[in-house]
Ligand binder design. Structure first.
Ligand code: BGC
Length: 378
């Protein structure tokens, strides 16, 4: 009888624990070898798992997110970012899938800028312009990876030291990027940068999202909301003109959720220049504080991504240059507009636009950025 009672109590306790923690997974970080660079250096891949079973995989080549598996409204976990299966494809790729880009995210006109009266010529890699850090930007280098925490909220810190003169930039810059997978299903990215000479720094994260869980689907049915009343128009070379234009009465108005495909092919000049959306939105005041920047929703899966940042701008790029030539994970050729980027940043070409919030970093100062991509369903 006593034995029966004991067994019953143990069973009830087991049931109670199971009900309190439905679908609980032990948070963890696992490390594996992803590949070897031509010079023999090994590239590692870390898999971060949180208590809800959400996983993110990060390689230390380019500090790149290679996969991010989050649940749909029925709890089905699927990968919501574009990427490649092998290191060679990341080395040869030209799309910046999942990487940290820098030193300067987006374009600097003709790669030229002045700092304290001195002119600098950066590497040009986008016609006559400088894009995403140049020919060998932060996305094409090997970072040092260190596990900061493998418990409740696993986090991985990556560090890269960019030497004085790299891609034409002055000063030796040390950048630390920490990816954390929180208990609230957030991918949190904290940046911390220092320099030994006055320079400019404006890194960003370049994941291409497709919340449907299948990258054969276009992102045109995703609905997007951006917390911005204006955007920075560009010229034909996609260099900002220095103006801010109100989004009201234009296809750039995402103040209320709107299907990306609803107006993308309008004859609006800015959409023609961008070949779709490829612009910087001026986030509402609060730069320097973490606030909501955007919401991306995919109706079929119910996945909702809410983005928070302390940056002044948000580049929304609708994957206009994807054309089927990049073969991605599982051999899927990424077709036109099958992924989109939401990049937290300072405005493009800021060093040449004195009225934009500046990105100068001096010795003794610390560059900081926090950006959060939070996943839920509705
Ligand atoms: C830019 C695009 C560029 C793309 C490269 C985006 O951040 O806004 O103009 O072509 O990155 O993959």
């Amino acid at each position: 009888m006593r034995l029966l009672l004991f067994c019953l109590t143990v069973f009830c306790l087991f049931l109670a624990t199971a009900c309190q923690n439905p679908g609980k997974t032990q948070p963890s970080i696992a490390k594996s070898v992803f590949g070897k660079l031509a010079d023999g250096r090994e590239v590692s891949r870390h898999t971060l798992t949180n208590g809800a079973g959400v996983t993110v995989q990060i390689i230390n080549y380019g500090a790149t997110v290679t996969s991010l598996r989050v649940p749909d409204r029925n709890g089905k976990m699927e990968d919501v970012v574009l990427g490649y299966d092998s290191l060679t494809e990341y080395v040869n790729g030209t799309s910046y899938f999942g990487a940290i880009v820098g030193r300067y995210g987006n374009r600097i006109g003709k790669g030229l800028f002045k700092l304290d009266g001195k002119q600098y010529q950066l590497a040009t890699n986008d016609g006559e312009n400088h894009l995403h850090g140049g020919k060998i930007g932060f996305n094409k280098v090997l970072w040092d990876a260190e596990v900061l925490s493998d418990s409740a909220e696993p986090s991985l810190q990556l560090q890269y030291v960019s030497h004085d003169g790299e891609e034409g930039y002055p000063g030796t810059v040390t950048l630390k990027v920490t990816y954390m997978l929180t208990g609230k299903n957030e991918l949190r990215i904290d940046y911390e940068g220092t320099t030994d000479q006055t320079t400019i720094l404006n890194p960003t994260h370049h994941s291409y999202f497709n919340l449907s869980g299948s990258c054969t689907n276009k992102i045109l049915d995703h609905s997007l909301m951006i917390e911005a009343d204006s955007f920075t128009p560009v010229d034909k070379g996609l260099i900002t003109t220095g103006q801010l234009i109100p989004v009201a009465d234009t296809p750039m108005d995402f103040r209320t959720p709107m299907a990306i495909g609803a107006r993308i092919n309008d004859s609006y000049e800015q959409l023609v220049f961008g070949k779709g959306y490829d612009h910087n939105w001026v986030l509402r005041e609060g730069s320097g504080q973490i606030r909501k920047a955007a919401e991306l929703y995919e109706p079929a899966s119910g996945r909702l991504m809410t983005m928070f940042t302390d940056q002044p701008g948000l580049q929304f790029y609708s994957g206009n240059f994807l054309d089927g030539t990049a073969k991605g994970k599982n051999g899927i050729a990424y077709q036109h507009r099958t992924g989109l980027c939401l990049e937290a940043q300072a405005f493009p070409d800021t060093p040449n636009k004195p009225d934009f919030p500046q990105v100068t970093l001096r010795p003794g100062q610390v560059y900081r950025q926090t950006t959060i991509y939070q996943f839920s369903t509705k």
